[in-house]
Structures are given as structure tokens and as C-alpha cells.
Ligand binder design. Structure first.
Ligand code: FAD
Length: 218
């Protein structure tokens, strides 16, 4: 199916993007890498009148690590950049592994972490490690910023406009604190033929690993 006509906007600031969403409620879609959105537009699942490209927004492009603040991942950071960031490899390897399992090199070069979370596919690869690492999402709207723990983030997606992630909101960044010494187990339970798109990637605390997966202690 051909994509219908739409207006393309690429705001350079978060405030500008939020104003656009606010002024055009119900007519917009946020575009990051487009690896989900463009497919959905082609399939006729969505046909926004206005596309708001968030990749030029500086706040969404920060990727930083510090001992005090932990890991800051802007929502528009692409997966290949995230999985090569040394602090992620060194301290959050389960997240690096999940990114590496997604699609192909071309997909990972376009696809963003924010898009993977906001698309909220049940088969998405990055939510399980972020849930296990206790990540928090910072979501911005005209009313201000809200910090949402990962375990609450998916209760509402993708059926906006139900809070906390409303249609006129933008996922700005993720914050992941210091990794717990009890975390570090990763198991991919299912691989589809063709490319490694896992249905379920389970992470668990080492302490409870044997209870959850007794077959692994054999
Ligand atoms: C061939 C192929 C293979 C794939 N393989 C995998 C795989 O193995 N594992 C996997 O998990 N996924 C896979 N995907 C899905 C896809 O690549 C990921 O979900 C990707 O991370 C989405 O990111 P994006 O930046 O392209 O999002 P987009 O397509 O730009 O956006 C996705 C959705 O999120 C919304 N959105 C994006 N950014 C924000 C934001 N900052 N704030 C609010 N809303 C936002 C958009 O409006 C849209 O609804 C695959 C896709 C393709 C085409």
C-alpha cells in the first residue's frame, strides 16, 4: 500500500516538538528511526497528517555514563551506537546483548531505543533487560516531565492517550542506575528462523535463577 500524503516537521528543540504535538492533537505521529512507523504507514495501520521527527532534538541524543548519575540514554540513540558504548558493554551487558539481537546491521543503525519501547511490541528485545536493570523513563509533555519506572511504562502502551504516556508526550530519555551485583543472567528462549527476533528474553536475579529455571542446575 502506498503511503498517503503527510506534512514533515523536524523540530530542533523539545519545546518546539511538544508545541507541535499539542497544537495538532490526534493528527501527529512521532518519527525516530522509522523502522516500525514507516512499515505501519505502508500497511495502512496508521496514517498521520503530520510526522514529527525527533532525531534533531539535543536532549534525545545524549548518551552518557557517570558513577554518580548512572547511565543516561537519549530516546533517539540508535541501537548500534548504544551497544558499542563502552560503559554499556562493561556494566550493562544484558542491554548490549539485547540490542545486538535486533534485526540486522541496517535496522540497528536506524532503530532507536525510544522507538523500540514506545512501539511496545510484545516481542521487542530491549524492554526485558531494562525492566531487570530497574530503568526509569523520563517522559515530557507541555505540563512538564514525568519519571516512569519501566514496570509501569508498558501498562498503557500502545493504547494512548491513556496516562502516563499520552499522545502529546515524548519519551525523552532513560536512566539506568548502578547495576546490582545480583543481576547478570540472560536467557533467550526462542529464536525465529531468518533473524534473531526473540519472543521472550528473560532476565532474572542470580539468587532466584535456580528456582525459575531448575533445568539449568542439572
Ligand atoms: C526487518 C526488521 C527487523 C526487526 N527486528 C527486530 C528485532 O529483532 N527485535 C526487536 O525488538 N525489534 C525489531 N524490529 C522492530 C524495530 O526495528 C524496533 O522496534 C525499533 O527499535 C523501533 O525504533 P525506531 O526508532 O525505528 O522507531 P519508529 O518506527 O520511529 O517509532 C516506533 C513507534 O514509537 C513512537 N516513538 C518513537 N520515538 C518516540 C519518542 N521519543 N517518544 C514517543 N514516541 C516515540 C513512534 O511514534 C512509533 O509509534 C525490526 C524491524 C524490522 C523492519
Amino acid at each position: 500500500m502506498a503511503i498517503g500524503r503527510f506534512e514533515y516537521q523536524a523540530p530542533g528543540s523539545l519545546q518546539e516538538a511538544l508545541s507541535l504535538l499539542d497544537r495538532n492533537k490526534g493528527r501527529t505521529s512521532i518519527l525516530a528511526g522509522g523502522t516500525d512507523l514507516i512499515v505501519q504507514m505502508k500497511n495502512g495501520q496508521t496514517c498521520p497528517a503530520i510526522i514529527v521527527d525527533v532525531k534533531r532534538i539535543p536532549e534525545l541524543n545524549r548518551l552518557e555514563w557517570s558513577e554518580g548519575e548512572g547511565l543516561h540514554i537519549g530516546a533517539a540513540i540508535c541501537l548500534s551506537k548504544l551497544m558499542r558504548f563502552f560503559p554499556v558493554i562493561e556494566k550493562f551487558d544484558i542491554l548490549a546483548q539485547a540490542c545486538a539481537a535486533i534485526g540486522s546491521l541496517q535496522i540497528r543503525n536506524r532503530a532507536t531505543l525510544g522507538g523500540n519501547l514506545c512501539n511496545a511490541a510484545p516481542s521487542a528485545d530491549t524492554p526485558p533487560p531494562l525492566l531487570c536493570l530497574g530503568a526509569k523513563a523520563v517522559v515530557s509533555s507541555r505540563k512538564g516531565n514525568r519519571t516512569i519506572p519501566m514496570e509501569h511504562f508498558f501498562l498503557y502502551l500502545p493504547i494512548y492517550p491513556i496516562p502516563p504516556m499520552q499522545a502529546n508526550s515524548i519519551l525523552g530519555f532513560l536512566r539506568v542506575g548502578q547495576r546490582s551485583i545480583h543481576m547478570g543472567f540472560s536467557l533467550m528462549l526462542d529464536r525465529r528462523k531468518g533473524f534473531p527476533h526473540s519472543h521472550l528474553r528473560q532476565k532474572c536475579r542470580e539468587a532466584t535463577c535456580q528456582e525459575l529455571f531448575p533445568m539449568m542446575s542439572d
